[in-house]
Design a protein around this ligand. Structure first.
Ligand code: AP5
Length: 214
C-alpha cells in the first residue's frame, strides 16, 4: 500500500506544478487541489467571490491571503482529502503556510519544481487550456490529441489571460519575492525536496516520483 501523501508542490508560474499534480493524483488516487483553478472557476461562474478577485489574477497579483485561506479550509474539509491530497499553488506566502499549520494540517512532503525564468517565459507562450474541464496542453511539449480542441472534452482550447508575457514577468517577480521564501520555511522543517524541471514532461515526472519514493 502507498504511504499517505499530503503534498505541497512549490514552483514558479509555469514550472509544471499542475502538470505533475495531475499525474501524481492519478497514481496515488488523491485529489490535486489548485487554488488557481478554483479561482478561475469562481471568476467564470460570475460569483461574488469571482468578481472580487478577478482584478488581482488578471494583473498576475496574488489574491489576498484571507480569501485563499478560506478557499483551502473549505476544500480540505471535503471527504476526498481524507486519504491525502496535493496542493498546487498553495501556500504562496509565509502567512498562508502558517495558516496551514494553524489548521493542524500535517504536510508529509514538499517538492519545489525549479525552472529558469527564461525557460518559463518560452513555455508559457505555448500553453493552451480548456476552460470547460481545466485540462492543460502545450503546443510543442504536450499537444492535444484533438488539435485545437481539448482531448478530454472537445472544447476549443484557449490562452490564459495571465499568460500574456508582461503579466508572466510580473508573476515571476511576485514568485521570487513572496513564494520562494517558503523553500526556506519548509527546508527548516526537513520537508523540502528539489526537482529540476526538465525539457521533457516524462523526465520531470520520473524525478518527481523518485523524490517522493526516496
Ligand atoms: P495558478 O493557476 O496557480 O498559476 P501559477 O502558479 O502561476 O501556475 P501555473 O498554473 O501558471 O503553472 P504550473 O506550474 O501549474 O504549470 P503547468 O503545469 O500549467 O494561479 C493563477 C493566479 O491565481 C495567481 O496568479 C494568483 O492571482 C491566484 N492565486 C492562486 N493561488 C493563490 C494563492 N495561494 N495565493 C494568492 N493568489 C493565488 O505548465 C505550464 C506549461 O508548460 C504547460 O503548457 C505545460 O504543458 C508545459 N510544461 C509543463 N511541464 C513541462 C516540461 N517538463 N517540459 C515542457 N513543458 C512543460
Amino acid at each position: 500500500m502507498e504511504r499517505k501523501l499530503n503534498l505541497i508542490l512549490l514552483g514558479a508560474p509555469g514550472a509544471g506544478k499542475g502538470t505533475q499534480a495531475e499525474l501524481i493524483s492519478a497514481r496515488y488516487g488523491i485529489p490535486a487541489i489548485s487554488t488557481g483553478q478554483i479561482i478561475r472557476e469562481e471568476i467564470a461562474s460570475g460569483s461574488e467571490l469571482g468578481e472580487a478577485v478577478k482584478s488581482y489574477t488578471s494583473k498576475g497579483e496574488l489574491v489576498p491571503d484571507s480569501v485563499v485561506i478560506d478557499i483551502i479550509k473549505a476544500r480540505l474539509a471535503k471527504d476526498d482529502c481524507e486519504n491525502g491530497f496535493i496542493l498546487d499553488g498553495f501556500p504562496r506566502t509565509v502567512p498562508q503556510a502558517a495558516a496551514l499549520d494553524e489548521m493542524g494540517v500535517c504536510i508529509t512532503d514538499v517538492i519545489s519544481i525549479e525552472v529558469a525564468d527564461e525557460d518559463i517565459m518560452t513555455r508559457m507562450s505555448g500553453r493552451r487550456v480548456c476552460k470547460k474541464c481545466g485540462a492543460t496542453y502545450h503546443v510543442k511539449y504536450k499537444p492535444s490529441p484533438a488539435g485545437e480542441n481539448c482531448g478530454v472534452c472537445g472544447e476549443p482550447l484557449t490562452i490564459r489571460a495571465d499568460d500574456d508575457p508582461a503579466v508572466v514577468k510580473s508573476r515571476l517577480e511576485i514568485y521570487h519575492a513572496q513564494t520562494e521564501p517558503l523553500k526556506e520555511f519548509y527546508d527548516q522543517k526537513g520537508l523540502l525536496k528539489i526537482v529540476y524541471g526538465q525539457e521533457k514532461l516524462e523526465d520531470t515526472t520520473a524525478l518527481t516520483a523518485a523524490a517522493l519514493e526516496g
